[in-house]
Design a protein around this ligand. Structure first.
Ligand code: CP
Length: 345
C-alpha cells in the first residue's frame, strides 16, 4: 500500500517524480525512492543481488561495468553506504571517484548544477548522491544528461532506497521469501528516519503481513497509519511475537526542540534489551541500519548477540548495491551471466 499523502512535496522534486525512475521499456534507470516501484521490480533487485552475493563470497570481481565511471557525491557523513557503494562499483570493475565535498569547489561557492556539469564533462555514467536536503537526488536526476543514472544514497528525511532494499534482502535471507507470513516491528525515531519511510514502502510493496512502528508519539509522524502500518507506544506490545525487529538511531541532528526527556529514560522505555527481546518470537532477528548507539536504543549484548544480523546487513549491502548499479546502467544480470563473466581479482 502506498500512501499518496506521504509523497514528498519539496519543490525540488519536480514533476513526473515516479516515472523518471524507469526508462521507456520500464527498466530501472534511476533509484530515487521505493515509491512507484512494484513488487516485481523489488523482487528483481533482490534476485539479482542474490547472484552477486555468491560472487562476493567467492571470486570478488566481475567485468560487467568495465569502462563505466561512477561518482560518489556525498554531501553528508556516511560510513556504510559510501564504502559499500564504492566496493560494489569496484567489484563490478567500474572506475570510481569519491568526491570530497569539503575540499571540492562546492565549498568555494560553486553551485550543485555547475559541479554536475563539470562531472558530466568528464564522461561520468552514474552519480550516487547523499544530501541533507530531501529531493536532491530527484533534482539531480531531472537535470543530468540522459545517459547518466542517479542513485539516492539518502536525502534528508525522505528516502534511503538502497538501505531499504538491503534490509529486505536480509529479511528474505533469514526469514524466507514469504513476507506475508511476517510481523515486522520498526522501533525508534520514525519521525526523522528516511530509512523507516523506505522500509515501510518496501515492506508494503512486498505484501508483509504485519508492519508496526513503535515509538513515543513525539517520534511518530502524524497520520503514519495511512502508510499501512499500526502504531504502538508501548515497546513490549509493539514487539510482541515479532519475527523481525528493526531498531533505529535517535537522529539528534534532525531534532528541533525537546522531543525526549533524556536518553536514559528513552532506553528504559524503548531500548532493546535481552529481557525485552524475549517478548518477540524466539527466532526473531534484530536489525539496525547503523550507526548504532549502544545503551541508547540497543543493549550491547543484543547488538552483538546471536539474534543480531546487523553486520550481515552491511555485508549484503554490497550485493544489493551491485544489483542496483548493474540494473540501472542497463545490464540486468542473471545468475548465469554473472557466472560466465567471473574472473579472478
Ligand atoms: N545506514 C547508513 O546509511 O549508514 P551510513 O550513514 O554510515 O552510510
Amino acid at each position: 500500500m502506498v500512501n499518496k499523502a506521504a509523497r514528498p512535496t519539496n519543490d525540488l522534486l519536480g514533476q513526473d517524480l515516479w516515472n523518471i525512475q524507469l526508462d521507456s521499456q520500464g527498466q530501472l534507470k534511476h533509484l530515487l525512492t521505493i515509491e512507484g516501484l512494484g513488487s516485481q521490480m523489488l523482487t528483481q533487485i533482490l534476485d539479482t543481488a542474490e547472484s552477486f552475493a555468491g560472487v562476493n563470497e567467492s571470486v570478488k570481481k566481475v567485468p560487467l561495468l568495465r569502462g563505466k565511471t561512477i561518482v560518489n557525491l556525498f554531501f553528508e557523513a556516511s560510513t556504510r553506504t559510501r564504502t559499500t557503494f564504492e566496493l560494489a562499483a569496484k567489484r563490478l570493475s567500474a572506475d570510481v571517484l569519491t568526491i570530497n565535498i569539503s575540499t571540492s569547489a562546492t565549498s568555494k561557492g560553486e553551485s550543485l548544477l555547475d559541479t554536475l556539469r563539470n562531472l558530466e564533462a568528464m564522461q561520468c555514467d552514474m552519480f550516487i548522491v547523499r544530501h541533507t536536503d530531501s529531493g536532491t537526488a530527484h533534482f539531480i536526476a531531472n537535470h543530468v544528461a540522459p545517459h547518466i543514472s542517479v542513485l539516492n544514497a539518502g536525502d534528508g528525511q525522505h528516502a534511503h532506497p538502497t538501505q531499504a532494499m538491503l534490509d529486505m534482502f536480509t529479511i528474505r535471507r533469514h526469514k524466507g521469501p514469504d513476507f506475508g507470513a511476517l510481523r515486522v516491528a520498526i522501533v525508534g525515531d520514525i519521525l526523522h528516519s528516511r530509512v523507516a519511510r523506505s522500509q515501510i514502502h518496501a515492506l508494503n510493496t512486498l505484501n508483509t503481513g504485519d508492519v508496526r512502528v513503535v515509538a513515543p508519539n513525539t517520534l511518530i509522524p502524524k497520520d503514519i497509519e495511512r502508510m499501512g502500518v499500526s502504531v504502538y507506544n508501548d515497546m513490549d506490545e509493539g514487539i510482541r511475537d515479532a519475527d523481525v525487529i528493526i531498531m533505529l538511531r535517535l537522529q539528534k541532528e534532525r531534532m528541533q526542540g525537546a522531543l525526549l526527556p533524556s536518553e536514559q529514560e528513552y532506553f528504559q522505555l524503548y531500548g532493546l534489551t535481552e529481557e525485552r527481546l524475549r517478548v518477540a518470537k524466539p527466532d526473531a532477528i534484530v536489525m539496525h541500519p547503523g550507526p548504532i548507539n549502544r545503551g541508547v536504543e540497543i543493549e550491547s549484548s543484543v547488538a552483538d548477540g546471536p539474534q543480531s544480523v546487523i553486520l550481515n546487513q552491511v555485508t549484503y549491502g554490497i550485493a544489493v548495491r551491485m544489483a542496483v548499479m548493474s540494473m540501472t546502467l542497463g545490464r540486468s544480470v542473471s545468475q548465469s551471466s554473472a557466472d560466465d563473466n567471473r574472473e579472478s581479482q
